[in-house]
Design a protein around this ligand. Structure first.
Ligand code: CTP
Ligand code: MG
Length: 221
């Protein structure tokens, strides 16, 4: 089974508000991108990696991969305007004979071999996609623009999903080509009728959005 990972790192990081894209924010004394790249490269379940860099930042991204000695990186391409555009650019570099595609956010630096194993395993049981998730703990309310509560949403059976998300390559390609709209890759696969399973995620897969998140993740390393 050949597993290709697409590491999407092409976002601007507007909420972090630095003078550079989020992938090049400092986590400890290295660029954020280095941590997830090193972990994917060392993961025994991953055969090859496509790195999706912010437009104009392909060369610095390749330099990070070289400095980390990441021998599995097969291509580095510029991302697009939206996350889906960036995934599409990465998928274009995945060869036709790849069986499985793993899509991961560089903004979630602390992935583990265990979570990769958890999302890959159900693919051999007939699932088209597998995503890590955490049960929602807080009470959820739908709120109007004036702050008034419209309803309290029951949180039973609600999960917050993370990455890495694993897909059979043909189903992900079909979903991408369908023109469906979704906020994550799994949503695209669901939109074309694919069967998607949720497995246990990991709180340490926190997505770095703010400066405080960067500090939290640095402390967990
Ligand atoms: N991403 C991407 N291409 C985009 C937008 C996002 O590759 N056009 C990637 C980001 O690099 C990140 C992941 O998708 O690894 C999740 O996106 P998010 O956390 O929203 O990152 P940014 O879009 O960079 O941040 P912000 O929304 O604050 O600008
Ligand atoms: Mg974003």
């Amino acid at each position: 089974m050949s597993v290709w990972a697409i590491l999407v790192a092409a976002g601007r990081g507007e909420r972090l508000g630095l003078d550079r894209p989020k992938a090049f924010a400092k986590l400890g004394d290295e660029p954020l991108l280095a941590e997830p790249l090193r972990r994917l490269d060392a993961c025994p379940w991953v055969d090859a990696i496509v790195l999706v860099a912010p437009p104009g930042w392909e060369e610095p991204a390749i330099l990070v991969a070289e400095e980390e000695g990441c021998g599995k990186v097969q291509a580095c391409v510029a991302g697009g305007e939206t996350r889906s555009d960036s995934v599409r650019a990465g998928l274009a570099e995945v060869p036709a004979d790849a069986l499985v595609v793993l899509v991961h956010d560089a903004a979630r630096p602390l992935l583990t071999d265990e979570v990769v194993e958890r999302v890959l395993a159900p693919l051999s049981e007939g699932w088209d996609g597998v995503v890590p998730g955490l049960p929602v703990g807080d009470t959820l309310k739908r709120v109007g623009s004036d702050g008034g509560v419209h309803e309290t949403v029951t949180r039973d059976a609600l999960w917050a999903v993370q990455t890495p998300q694993a897909f059979t390559a043909d189903v992900l390609r079909r979903a991408q080509a369908s023109g469906a709209e979704a906020t994550d890759c799994a949503g695209l696969v669901e939109a074309v009728g694919g069967r998607v399973k949720v497995v246990d995620g990991d709180p340490r897969l926190l997505k770095v959005t703010s400066q405080a998140d960067l500090e939290t993740v640095a402390g967990w390393r």
